[in-house]
Design a protein around this ligand. Structure first.
Ligand SMILES: Nc1ncnc2c1ncn2[C@@H]1O[C@H](COP(=O)(O)OP(=O)(O)OP(=O)(O)O)[C@@H](O)[C@H]1O
Length: 306
């Protein structure tokens, strides 16, 4: 079964009458890192909460590793670990007790060796006897991940895993998430840091006003929707764009000293053509500089466009 999570025609209308999800269909592949992006209030937490069995959908179905989350709730729930946005732990418990207790909640027999393994993997082993309140914010977050992994789930949801975390720690977190994926865990994360999705995700889903507006391989998304720009510093300034270059999307800048070419990522063969055409027209360049749109630019455009 290639899809570890299948969401079919999922709708959610809250008691207030507000519809937070509309006809969501989403398949998550086994072993991938999937990033769910969307502006505030788009429905990310609602979707995750339903998949994790914390909230109920109004209609539609969800299965986790083949188990329906409504009719096979217990089995579905054991497949999933959730790292929520908020840090919720007992300040006076030790790291070891916190993680061990969480495993027990899922009805799993104690397994010291396994808990030791995850604490070591998350660099928490030295802190196993420390009380939660003695830990730094970053360590607490790692304990939340250890808790979510304590019952050996195959799917891990990370809701804003690095919100409010400094750059250094964010990089550590990314490394850790990659490591978990190496160990065979499927990862679904929501994030406001588009850089995070760009860095880590295999596929990206964009949700807006309760609808999934796009699901795409990250690489394909960036090359399909990305734009590139090439800035050419001319040896002699131009007063206007010569007719021989009229087919290109060109802009004269800084009093004619610079010629900027904007093109879609998929049309990179245009660059060679432009340069040879300029050569033929006797337009020489001193220097050039290229830039491309980030996932952030693509995302902003997508969300605005729809
Ligand atoms: N219990 C509730 N009752 C009514 N409306 C709700 C409830 N929970 C969430 N909503 C609404 O549903 C919409 C989606 O909320 P949700 O928390 O899923 O968004 P989100 O994408 O996770 O946002 P954020 O990025 O801000 O966390 C919002 O408009 C929110 O106000």
């Amino acid at each position: 079964m290639p899809h570890i999570i299948q969401v079919k025609d999922l709708n959610k209308t809250y008691d207030s009458g507000f519809t937070a999800l509309r006809g969501v269909n989403l398949d998550i592949r086994r072993g991938e890192i999937f990033a769910l992006l969307g502006p505030n209030g788009a429905g990310k937490t609602t979707l995750i909460s339903i998949i994790c069995g914390i909230a109920r959908g109004s209609s539609g179905s969800v299965s986790a590793d083949g188990f329906d989350i409504a009719s096979d709730y217990r089995m579905a729930r054991t497949k999933i670990g959730l790292v929520p946005q908020e840090l919720t732990t007992d300040a006076f418990e030790t790291v070891w007790a916190t993680v061990n207790f969480s495993r027990g909640l899922f009805g799993k027999a104690p397994d010291k060796a396994y808990i030791e393994q995850i604490l070591k993997q998350l660099s928490l082993w030295d802190k196993r006897h420390a009380k939660m309140r003695e830990l730094s914010g970053g360590m607490k977050r790692r304990v939340m991940i250890a808790k979510a992994l304590s019952h050996e789930p195959e799917i891990l949801f990370l809701d804003e895993p690095t919100a409010g975390v400094d750059v250094e720690l964010r990089k550590d977190m990314w490394e850790m998430v990659r490591q978990l994926r190496e160990n065979g865990v499927t990862i679904i994360l929501t994030t406001h840091y588009i850089e995070e999705a760009e860095e880590m995700a295999d596929r990206i889903g964009v949700i807006r006003k309760g609808e999934i507006i796009l699901v795409e391989e990250k690489q394909a998304l960036m090359s399909k929707l990305g734009k590139k720009s090439l800035s050419l510093h001319l040896t002699e300034p131009l007063s206007e764009i010569p007719p021989t270059l009229s087919e290109f999307n060109l802009f004269l800048e800084e009093g004619g000293d610079y010629l900027r070419f904007e093109y879609e990522s998929a049309q990179s063969d245009q660059v060679a053509l432009l340069l040879s055409r300029m050569n033929e027209s006797g337009i020489a360049i001193k220097d050039l500089n290229s830039s491309e749109s980030s996932l952030e630019d693509i995302f902003v455009e997508l969300v605005q466009e729809q």
